[in-house]
Write a protein that binds this ligand. Structure first.
Ligand SMILES: [Zn+2]
Length: 80
């Protein structure tokens, strides 16, 4: 019997492990930032990226030549 495709990956924001595979994806890929993040980060930052992760995000965008989007009404960078 073929094994289910499954892979352990790391959240690019908080470094938590999560599984991706045919059974479902525990994380989220954010095309705008080319980022894979865990569900928790995705859910917790719906109002905008927490200042806790913002520096990481800005550095990531800088390194990958991604243009940062405009800040939202809360002055935060949108999650996606
Ligand atoms: Zn995370």
């Amino acid at each position: 019997m073929a094994e289910e495709f499954e892979e352990i990956t790391h959240c690019q924001m908080c470094d938590a492990e999560f599984r991706v595979g045919r059974q479902g994806n525990e994380g989220n890929y954010i095309p705008r930032y080319h980022l894979s993040v865990c569900q928790r980060c995705y859910d917790c930052n719906q109002v905008g990226w927490s200042p806790l992760y913002e520096q990481k995000l800005i550095k990531h965008c800088d390194e990958h030549h991604i243009t940062l989007p405009d800040r939202n009404q809360s002055g935060l960078l949108p999650v996606e």
